[in-house]
Design a protein around this ligand. Structure first.
Ligand code: CTP
Length: 397
């Protein structure tokens, strides 16, 4: 996702400096170009060699170059995004007040692109009024400040000030440099994952959906600036994005009720959930014993959520559905887009083992409300497929 993006990482002298090693490694894995500046104090915690080995670039320690290049100006010109992590109270104070007395602070002075600060320090230092004032100055300058986590600190105390998960920082970098704010101010409702239809207190019927595609759709919508709510069936997926409100449901009926409650005022509905079509007609209140040679379950139809919503859909709302097909793919998707009153349907061929269910990759066709194929998104990571689906839909208005 970060191919050719130039990320300048400024490491200041906090105990969390060692965690930035993993951030740099993640950035390199996303194919970003990474250069690292370290302050003198950061070098007390970790050696420059670690960063130069990972980034395959020299690490910049001071402003005194012998080959005529002025490092702080060259680095400021080079960077697409500047991430200062961990950001100590000291570097925050210097950056907020125009002090340039080392390479990191002078580069910040010379740079005017997107900047993320990752404050990480003892809670008393973080909560100190001067630190808070300096952070609000940086915010007013347009910098992004990632709120530290609450938890156990290096001192053994518990409080605010912990370095956040590197996934959160990575997502923030992507949000700023990769995703355009196409959904800014829009309210998006996403459903994801399988439903469970209970047979008795310990057994249920479900399907192979992992929820990945729906979660990636939610993430992409959030990254594009949307106000996103996710209604999810039971999945094993972590979600590393703060800012997406999640509501958990189990059955198709619960999902329908949740969608009904949340649909008011929504601009876009993305129905990526694999909703069960049938449920046991009767749910036994006690565990079924294996007394019989054969057990016959009678199933009844669940509610079709999209069909239930069809009448209430407003013209200003965009509904996107997913079609999971194993045969006559396009014909079936065309039928669904009309019957379910959708604006778009994303067609998945779930008979292919290497894409779709449980996989990190997908290949889809996108059809419009008339059943016309408007895009073929070839096999790629689900996160990229999700982004492209939204970009195409938004481009078409
Ligand atoms: N869907 C729904 N309510 C259901 C079943 C499905 O709203 N009870 C939605 C899905 O979230 C998806 C779309 O309808 O966006 C198509 O789902 P899919 O499982 O492909 O089709 P079904 O309608 O279940 O039809 P079939 O199983 O016969 O293919």
């Amino acid at each position: 996702m970060l191919h050719r993006v130039k990320v300048l990482v400024g490491v200041s002298g906090g105990i969390a400096a060692y965690k930035v090693v993993d951030l740099v490694s993640k950035l390199v894995r996303e194919r970003a170009e990474v250069k690292v500046i370290m302050t003198k104090n950061a070098c007390e915690f970790i050696t420059p060699l670690t960063f130069s080995s990972l980034s395959k670039n020299p690490v910049y320690l001071n402003d005194f170059s012998k080959d005529g290049i002025i490092p702080h100006l060259a680095l400021a010109r080079w960077a697409d995004i500047f991430v200062i992590a961990p950001a100590t109270a000291n570097i925050i104070g210097k950056c907020a007040n125009g002090i340039g007395d080392d390479l990191l602070s002078t580069t910040f002075l010379a740079y005017n692109g997107p900047t993320i600060f990752v404050p990480s320090m003892n809670s008393k230092m973080y909560e100190r009024s001067t630190t808070q004032k300096n952070l609000s100055i940086l915010k007013s300058m347009g910098c992004t400040i990632l709120e530290p986590d609450i938890g156990r600190l290096a001192s053994g105390e518990v409080g605010i000030g912990r370095y956040p998960d590197n996934e959160v920082i990575l997502n923030e970098i992507m949000r700023i440099v990769v995703y355009k704010s196409l959904l800014f101010g829009k309210r998006i409702l996403v459903t994801a994952g399988p439903t469970r239809e209970f047979i008795d207190p310990v057994r249920f019927i479900t399907n192979r959906s992992s929820g990945k595609m729906g979660y990636e759709m939610a993430k992409a919508a959030y990254m594009m600036g949307g106000d996103v709510k996710l209604i999810t069936g039971v999945t094993q997926l972590p979600i590393s994005l703060k800012g997406i409100e999640r509501r958990h449901v189990a059955t198709a009926k619960e999902m329908l009720n949740a969608v009904r409650e949340e649909i008011e005022g929504i601009d876009m509905l993305i129905m990526a959930a694999a909703v069960a079509d049938y449920r046991p007609k009767e749910i036994k209140s006690q565990k079924i014993k294996k007394d019989e040679e054969q057990l016959i379950l009678t199933l009844e139809r669940t509610e079709d959520i999209l069909k239930e919503l069809k009448e209430r859909k407003r013209d200003t709302q965009t509904f996107i559905g997913f079609a999971a097909e194993t045969e006559e793919h396009i014909e079936n998707a065309r039928k669904k887009v009309v019957e379910k009153g959708l604006d778009y349907i994303v067609l998945n061929d779930v008979s292919k083992e290497d894409i779709g269910f449980e996989s990190d990759e997908n290949e889809v066709l996108l059809l419009d409300r008339r059943g016309e194929i408007i895009a073929h998104i070839p096999r790629k990571q689900k996160v990229q497929v999700a982004k492209e689906i939204l970009e195409i839909v938004l481009e078409r208005g």
